[in-house]
Design a protein around this ligand. Sequence first.
Ligand code: SF4
Length: 281
Amino acid sequence: MSQVKASDAVPIEAPSPFELRVNLAAGIPENAVKEALATGNMGFLHSFTTGSAVDGPGVRVVAWTAGCQWRCLYCHNPDTWNMMNGIPVTIEHAKERLAMYQHGLKAMSGGLTLSGGEPLMQDRFAVKLFSVAKELDIHTALDTNGYLGERLTDEELEKVDLVLLDLKTFDPERHLHLTGKEVGPTHAFARRLGQRKKKIWVRYVLVPGLTDDEKDIEKTAQLAAELGTVERVDVLPFHQMGRYKWEKLGIPYTLDNTQTPSAELVERTCAQFKAVGLKAV
Ligand code: SF4
């Protein structure tokens, strides 16, 4: 792996994940990619961002991984779909970077959040990075759609202090339409997290016309309540900040006319989660 040199042209730190990044792993030989995926010695990251106050408790460093099998119609970061758009980062380099933030994160009661893309596309790297964080006594959070949750053993899951679980919609057909993938594995992972008493923050992106069906939200809320370990639900209003990436990447975007949800709709959705005893913000 040592012969593989990460791109120096683009810094791993980014002001925000909304910065468009493509082709940064171009030139990495296929066998090196395969080895990276098998061992977790190298990961492909869109970027590191610092100072986040919304991706877990306290102030967070967020490592945004590249690679996602889903195709959510409202995805804000379609440049993270392709793993080869990410910057190759060795686990040693990631550890050095994380160590730089160790004391600051402690002082601000924060930690490391692994987001994406879908972090479990690079499950071996994710496990190694969480292990490194735990060695440094840093709080860990995994932001995931849950689809590949089976890739983590129960023991590996113990390295994750908090799961930010993205629940998109409940109805199987609607889910398939919205994401391109079936909902079953996500629900199975959610139930497993509940059984293992793993702390969860649910993330629910509210998109008018797509994820605002009252009955559907009721079912999602019911499921979340049944898990018994959901500490809070973040209702995230849809916005158009990622639209330019779809245009730049030449991917047809179907939500041009979709508006940000009204304050009333956000309030109604939060109220639905609160009605089953959950904290919703
Ligand atoms: S799961 Fe996340 S990264 Fe993947 S397509 Fe959906 S919104 Fe985008």
